[in-house]
Design a binder for this molecule. Structure first.
Ligand SMILES: [Zn+2]
Length: 53
């Protein structure tokens, strides 16, 4: 079963842990869900401010 072990470590090497570019937490996306929501909310507020004048 030595072959199996090799395969396992290879897969481990391939799967790199992604980290959120905003908070640095482990996430499969560039930006984690929490930060995405936050950014979306901020953008929405900004837009509202502009529309408000
Ligand atoms: Zn984040």
């Amino acid at each position: 079963m030595a072959e199996n072990e090799e395969k396992k470590s290879e897969v481990k090497k391939e799967i790199k842990e992604h980290h959120c570019s905003v908070c640095g937490k482990v996430s499969d996306a560039t930006i984690c869900h929490a930060c995405e929501e936050k950014i979306r909310g901020e953008a929405f507020e900004k837009k509202r401010d502009i529309e408000k004048g």
